[in-house]
Design a protein around this ligand. Sequence first.
Ligand code: PBG
Length: 324
Amino acid sequence: MYPLRRNRRLRSTASIRALVRETTLSPNDFLVPLFVVEGKGVKEEIPSMPGYYRMSLDLLSEEAKELQAMGLLAVLLFVKVDDSLKDNAGKEALNPNGLMQRAVKTIKEATPELLVMTDVALDPYSQYGHDGIVEDGQILNDATNDVLAQMALSHAMAGADFVAPSDMMDGRVLRIRQALDEQGKEGTGIMSYSAKYASAFYGPFRDALDSAPGFGDKKTYQMDPANREEAIRETEMDIDEGADIVMVKPGLCYLDIVREIKNAVEVPVAVYQVSGEYAMLKAAAEKGWLEHDAVMLEQLTAIKRAGADIIATYFAREAVKLLS
Ligand code: PBG
């Protein structure tokens, strides 16, 4: 009679493992980050993100069609802005004919069903590389919110389905919701980066957009990696202010937070597996130290198991290829 319970029975063949599997990945899970630059025919690899590119608008429509054909449903847009257009007020961010606004239109024309989400934050437009307006070395909260609300509105006017504030100013979700509703954009959703940590994993992304902070760091607005309760508070506040989807970022080091938030809230939870996480696996695989595809799928499965309804990941394309 020993042992009475044999758990290995449910692991004994591929069929029984599949039958009782609790978590499965599908193309519906992923949100694909895309980096956009000015120019024609530009597809430049980001050195710290092997296999990931900045693309000009003409190639962006092809990319969108391909992603849609692969079964992917949504993209998250970021733009690399020329230095000459950067200032302290985010003026270019509001340009109705700016790169982001044109990128949204380009994708919506090429692939109307593909969901377009836009990053809303000042860092790619800031001469200081900060997510807000700077005064005497401080990041201004409420003045930044005025710009973020107008920025989100301008993305909505260009056709964005969701705007995604990634700045971590207090009260920005409410300001954005109000600005959208006042201008008849009540149908535009908000995916809020609710629990976004001041992480050292964003380095390669800042290379991609040339958006590293020119002075100091982002610790006065992004969260302290040591905190857990604060993440719940931030997330609940964003929901109260009108967020349709909330997000935890980065991914792997924060899966405890993902699970807690998933248990605490009743809106979809997104997780951003960030640039540094991508770079780590690429580097280890390049050295032959890790098996790339297996580790990638294990990580994505772990993120979903932790409670992610949506995973923003640079691996989306590769993962979907393997899944099909
Ligand atoms: C900008 C923004 C960042 C990321 C997404 N939006 C960088 C930052 O906050 O410095 C990071 C994404 C990644 O590392 O993949 N507000």
